[in-house]
Design a protein around this ligand. Structure first.
Ligand code: AFP
Length: 327
């Protein structure tokens, strides 16, 4: 076993076949993450570590060698467990592993590619759905609330796993001596209010009015409507910002803006927003597109983007108020 399953993980899943399949799949993903973490730990000592692979992903973004390698590692692992279909940021189309198996897995195999050669935390994000038999598309084009499990690995000072199966959010840390992910926090909780936001402020001139108004007020700190100094962080790796917000509260925003291709923001709903929203909500936080709950949104295409706002309840709700008041 690659993970300590003495926890309550997946015990809330009533259907035995699905519960067993989820545990087997999480175990396989943990082995994949350990292999990817080993590659990350070697950095530029690992051939083709951060090099551009010379290929492009579904949206024409150039792929790094580690993007492609991570996807290959995960694909090979999922062939050993009861997963019928696999969708990846690094692949245009769904892969059918075996019709008739109970699960469908969507993944961003390597989130934070722009940070690969800067020694900044990066990660792997995954969403697990019950497979719709003989219908790969229907298995993925659905609401995020239909996930049976979701979460992400972070390859940073620790190699960690944040995961939920719908009964709270757990934090596991990889113990390199045993090679096992061990439970560190059985029930992560996001503080309801905090005073730190994460956004790529270089896009200020492209934001729509509600976002610009919110950030301008946040920048006013104690002299503005928020009445307190607001801190700011932006890692450029969703998994790192999400992990920080789970640990100490705060707000993350990647909103829509007026740049070409960013009409719905940058992040993909299926394998980035849905799994992150799942762990955030299960830790007592909120996740929206600015106004509507992310997990209630059904995506119409595999790589569809969505404006993404998540974190402490009070902060996410306040962003929603700025959107409503702007109408
Ligand atoms: P890459 O994987 O292409 O580096 O994108 C990372 C990401 O999807 C997400 O992890 C970050 O929060 C966001 O993009 C950073 O976007 P900017 O580079 O526009 O700030």
């Amino acid at each position: 076993m690659n993970i300590d399953f003495s926890t309550k993980l997946a015990k809330n899943i009533e259907e035995v076949e699905i519960r067993t399949a989820v545990l087997d799949t999480v175990n396989a993903l943990c082995e994949s993450a350990r292999d990817i973490a080993k590659i990350c730990a070697k950095g530029p000592l690992e051939a083709a570590f951060g090099d551009v692979a010379g290929t492009e992903n579904s949206d024409g973004d150039s792929q790094k060698a580690l993007d492609v390698r991570s996807d290959e590692i995960i694909t090979a692992a999922l062939k050993t467990v009861p997963v019928a279909y696999y969708a990846s940021e690094e692949r245009d189309d769904i892969i059918t592993l075996e019709h008739g198996l109970p699960l469908a897995v969507a993944s961003d195999p390597l989130d934070g590619s722009s940070n690969i050669d800067t020694n900044v935390s990066i990660g792997t994000i995954f969403a697990i759905f019950p497979a719709v038999e003989n219908d790969p598309e229907a298995s993925f084009l659905r609401k995020g609330s239909e996930q049976v499990a979701g979460g992400f690995f972070v390859y940073g000072p620790q190699t960690s796993l944040v995961i939920t199966t719908g009964d709270g959010t757990e934090l596991y840390i990889l113990d390199w001596m045993s090679g096992k992910f061990k439970l560190a926090v059985p029930a992560m909780r996001i503080s309801e209010s905090a005073h730190e936001f994460a956004i790529n402020a270089s896009n200020f001139n492209h934001w729509h009015p509600p976002v610009r108004a919110y950030i301008e007020d946040a920048m006013k700190g104690a002299d503005g409507p928020m009445g307190k100094k607001q801190g700011m962080r932006w890692v450029g790796s969703l998994v790192a910002d999400a992990n920080r917000i789970l640990m100490r509260g705060g707000l993350f925003m990647y909103p829509a803006d007026d740049r070409k291709g960013y009409e719905a923001g940058r992040l993909r709903i299926l394998y980035e927003a849905h799994p992150v929203a799942f762990v955030i909500e299960q830790a007592g936080g909120k996740a929206s597109n600015g106004t509507d709950r992310i997990l209630d949104i059904k995506q119409d295409s595999l790589h569809e983007r969505v404006p993404f706002v998540f974190g402490s309840v009070d902060m996410v709700e306040q962003v929603g108020e700025y959107h409503i008041n702007a109408v």
